[in-house]
Design a protein around this ligand. Structure first.
Ligand SMILES: *Cc1c(COP(=O)(O)O)cnc(C)c1O
Length: 224
């Protein structure tokens, strides 16, 4: 990480391009989300100067302060943390995307806070490894949640998101997320085209399985 944010970003973009090419995909079919949790606004501004536009944050209050400090930059903000119901207003006000919807109650609250303005892009988080330490809806309950979220004005349902168990076989888990995503395409509707999966250590396996967004923190900003 001694090389700094711009060259780390280049290296990650290169990894994405290579993984995409290996599977006959265009590099632009994968959006890089730079995960900036715990990192200062100055680090985000530096990444932006190196061409980065999409950023991911996990903690609503910490993120809101940085988003306000950087309001002059044309950045896209992705909420990727656990959602507490008393933070849904803050999240709906500051973010363009929410990746971690796993309960109808949270979806309804986000929708209610987004009645005006552009719809909030949302992904349903699935707990693909049934890991009790992780958020996300059980795979066999994802369809019901997707159906229930239809018709919530203020939300634009885009696809699925997954975080893997650390010890697991990433490629096989990501392929199961992809199969679930494909299986829900009819229910998902016209905007169902986003699969958010893959992090610093396993983005190649995620791109191989069809990820359209990868969320990378450590490989860009260094350890936390
Ligand atoms: C922190 C985090 C990431 C980034 O993880 P790295 O291993 O640092 O790349 C991605 N997704 C989620 C949900 C995270 O919380």
């Amino acid at each position: 990480m001694a090389n700094g944010i711009p060259s780390n970003l280049d290296a990650v973009r290169e990894r994405i391009a290579r993984a995409a090419a290996a599977h006959g995909r265009a590099p632009e079919s994968v959006t890089l989300i730079a995960v900036s949790k715990t990192k200062p606004a100055a680090a985000i501004a530096e990444a932006h100067r190196a061409g980065q536009l999409d950023f991911g944050e996990n903690y609503a209050q910490e993120a809101a302060a940085k988003i306000e400090a950087l309001a002059g930059l044309p950045l896209r903000w992705h909420f990727i943390g656990r959602i507490q119901s008393n933070k849904t207003a803050l999240i709906a006000r500051h973010f363009d995307w929410v990746h971690t919807v796993d309960r109808l109650k949270i979806a309804r609250r986000l929708a209610g806070h987004r009645a005006d303005g552009p719809p909030l892009n949302v992904l349903v988080q699935v707990n693909i490894d049934d890991d009790p330490a992780k958020g996300g809806v059980a795979p066999d309950a994802a369809g019901n949640l997707v159906d229930a979220m239809h018709g919530l004005a203020g939300l634009r349902l885009r696809g699925l998101m997954a975080v893997l168990e650390r010890a697991g076989d990433a490629e096989s888990s990501y392929r199961r997320v992809r199969a679930l995503f494909d299986g829900l395409a009819d229910q998902g509707g016209n905007d169902w085209n986003v699969l958010s999966m893959g992090m610093s250590g396993d983005l190649e396996a995620a791109v191989a399985a069809g990820a359209t967004q990868v969320r990378v923190g450590t490989a860009i900003f260094g350890s936390r």
